[in-house]
Design a protein around this ligand. Structure first.
Ligand code: TYM
Length: 336
């Protein structure tokens, strides 16, 4: 039996290169070795205010982005979280073994509470428990995510172990899968903070649906560090190191190779508009624009009807697995 991967993306904001390089690209790389279950986590998205009409569109958009990234809908289960009621049912049961103090420690909750002071709701607080339910319903072995989700996967492991101990051995204990490179892509306008869908400025991120021309401009405007070497040194050169990682992952060239290619060329190739890192940025802008062109061509080849179909089939497959687990959980707890 194949081992299982589970992961998900929220249908909120614009999916960006950080999401792609930190998560989706790894899903694609792993998809032939694992049974894959990929969820559009809409119940997670509504923990911050969403415009209903836009939310509905974003749900289809995310599923389409999964396919454009290269997920094979014939083999992977792709589905919308809110269509499978086992997620919220299991979350409720897990709530009863989760300590409030454990949720108070979650850094994402603290960050989001700071960002959305006017709407610090119970769902936002409980978000990691729903995420644990997502993962545990599918006997998941591996959870490929960016490093901002590590703490949530750790909590999932704690809850699974606690449940197994308190009731019966129902849950498999999942492992996070976090790549060394790309697990935390930083903002183009501020390399001290991660690239984020909810960033204040559009110059922070390159959206997967940005026009290639827009992406080019964003890269040319990306902040750089002092000096002129193209060198991977996250501590002293956080901006260039971030651009090197993006370049490396998009062009499938190692950081070492890129350093060697550009070494010493910064000042000599300086242009008045692009500054001393000019040539490096121009090349990266080209790589990113070409990536987006190909990506979007694929994205546009799927119509909404096809995506609806994928989600409906996915729901049926997901539900069958999830209901099986939920049945065991209910039995273990004494509910059935
Ligand atoms: P979300 O929707 O915020 O992000 C989707 C994925 O993208 C990764 N990511 C990044 N990776 C690298 N650099 C960045 N700057 C960057 N920003 C985001 C995230 O780590 C994530 O892997 N809670 C999850 C969604 C979720 C989930 C799950 C994931 C709900 N249930 C079960 C896995 C398993 C989230 O908010 O992701």
């Amino acid at each position: 039996m194949n081992k299982v991967i589970f992961s998900g993306v929220q249908p909120s904001g614009n999916l960006h290169l950080g999401n792609y390089l930190g998560a989706l690209k790894n899903w694609v790389a792993l998809q032939n070795e694992y049974q894959c279950v990929f969820c559009v986590v809409d119940y997670h998205a509504i923990t911050v205010k969403q415009e209903p009409k836009i939310l509905r569109e974003k749900i289809l958009e995310i599923a389409k982005l999964y396919l454009a990234a290269g997920i094979n809908p014939e083999t992977a289960v792709i589905f919308q979280q809110s269509r499978v009621s086992a997620h919220t049912e299991l979350a409720w049961i897990l709530n009863t073994i989760t300590k409030i103090a454990e949720l108070e420690r979650m850094t994402q909750f603290k960050d989001k509470a700071r960002e959305h002071k006017e709407n610090i709701n119970l769902g936002l607080f409980d978000y990691p428990v729903l995420m644990a339910a997502d993962i545990l319903l599918y006997d998941t072995d591996l959870v490929p995510v960016g490093d901002d989700q590590t703490q949530h996967v750790e909590l999932t492991r704690v809850l699974a172990r606690r449940f197994n101990q308190q009731f019966a051995e129902v849950f498999k204990i999942p492992e996070p899968y976090i790549q060394k490179q790309g697990a935390r892509i930083m903002g183009l306008d501020n390399p001290a903070k991660k690239m984020s869908k909810s960033a204040g400025s559009e110059l922070n991120y390159i959206a997967l649906l940005d026009k290639p021309e827009t992406a080019r401009k964003k890269i040319m405007k990306a902040v750089t560090d002092s000096g002129s070497d193209i060198k991977f040194d996250p501590k002293n050169k956080p901006a260039i190191s971030n651009l090197l990682i993006i370049y490396s992952l998009l062009a499938e060239a190692s950081v070492k190779e890129l350093e060697a290619r550009y070494n010493g060329r910064g000042p000599a190739y300086a242009s008045a508009t692009a500054g001393k890192y000019g040539e490096f940025k121009r090349d990266l802008a080209e790589v990113a624009a070409k990536f987006l062109e190909d990506f979007q061509q694929k994205y546009n080849s799927f119509d909404d009807k096809f995506i609806e179909d994928v989600l409906e089939k996915g729901k049926i497959r997901a539900e069958a697995i999830a209901e099986e687990t939920l049945k065991k959980v209910k039995k273990a707890v004494g509910l059935a």
